[in-house]
Design a protein around this ligand. Structure first.
Ligand code: NDP
Length: 243
């Protein structure tokens, strides 16, 4: 069987690291990108290699065109092909819109949204039938349940529109495009014991945070042949936040 390859952006920590490890367990060779935390990225590579898979860590700023292009090019150069792209790297600017700067607006748009567009454009040049485009959105792409998240919500909501369009562009080539929309997940970005947790937690139906494995399991399913007829949709993994 051909050895399949997945790229997970922002795969050095949190949700991305869990997705990378899960896809390696599923049999993929893995590329991860990171911004600055080379130590964490190296640990992810070591963990994947221990599973008998090939892995590579790529330093690439997802807020730049160069970083987006390098992520795809270096994955293909190191691992030979690309079957699954998981656009996961993201940032969470918090605050009312009149306290945001234009620089914050631009950087959030670039990392949370534009990166998915540029990476998809480059990635699909290498993908054949069975290819998978998976975008990590957010439950806040569907709801803005409290103030301070307008910019974040806008970028995550736009991923849904993008995935719907890309699904139409690529469906007949056997490539699917979907968004996974997490609720609150315990990571460095949103610790379950952090000061924002008591605000967010009650908006879930379960009154609880999720685990990184909750998201990795959904991505694993979407990346598998079992999900070949699922495309152009947003899948909530959010403890009922959007219920
Ligand atoms: P973390 O902050 O825990 O991890 C972020 C990861 O992204 C790290 O690997 C980091 O690399 C990388 N990264 C950050 N900035 C850049 C950049 N400019 N270029 C490349 N890589 C970058 O975040 P989470 O795991 O919590 O979040 C992952 C995704 O899930 C995000 O898109 C987020 O919006 C989304 N999400 C998270 C939720 C949550 O509750 N945690 C809820 C809903 C959605 P490095 O290690 O080098 O810093």
């Amino acid at each position: 069987m051909t050895q399949r390859v997945a790229l997970v952006t922002g795969g050095s920590r949190g949700i991305g690291a869990a997705i990378a490890a899960k896809l390696a367990e599923d049999g993929f060779d893995i590329a991860v990108t990171y911004a600055s935390n080379a130590t964490a990225a190296t640990q992810v590579v070591t963990r994947i290699e221990a599973l008998g898979r090939r892995a590579v860590a790529i330093q690439a700023d997802g807020a730049t065109t160069e970083g987006n292009s390098a992520a795809i090019a270096q994955t293909v150069a190191a691992l030979g092909r690309l079957d699954v792209l998981v656009c996961n790297a993201g940032m969470y600017p918090y605050g009312p819109i009149d306290e945001m700067s234009v620089e914050q607006i631009d950087r959030t748009l670039h990392l949370n949204l534009r990166a998915a567009m540029v990476e998809t454009m480059e990635a699909v040049k290498h993908m054949g039938p069975g290819g998978r485009l998976i975008y990590v959105g957010s439950a806040f792409g569907q709801r803005a349940p409290f103030p301070g998240i307008s910019l974040y919500s806008a970028t995550k909501a736009a991923l849904g529109g993008f995935a719907r369009g890309v699904a139409r562009d690529l469906g007949e080539r056997g490539i699917t495009a979907n968004v996974v929309e997490p609720g609150p997940i315990d990571t460095d970005l949103n610790p379950a014991d952090g000061h924002g947790a008591d605000i967010i937690r009650p908006f879930t139906a379960t009154n609880s945070y999720g685990k990184v494995s909750d998201i990795a399991d959904m991505v694993s399913f979407l990346a598998s042949p079992r999900a070949g007829y699922i495309t152009g949709t947003c899948l909530a993994v959010d403890g009922g936040l959007t219920a």
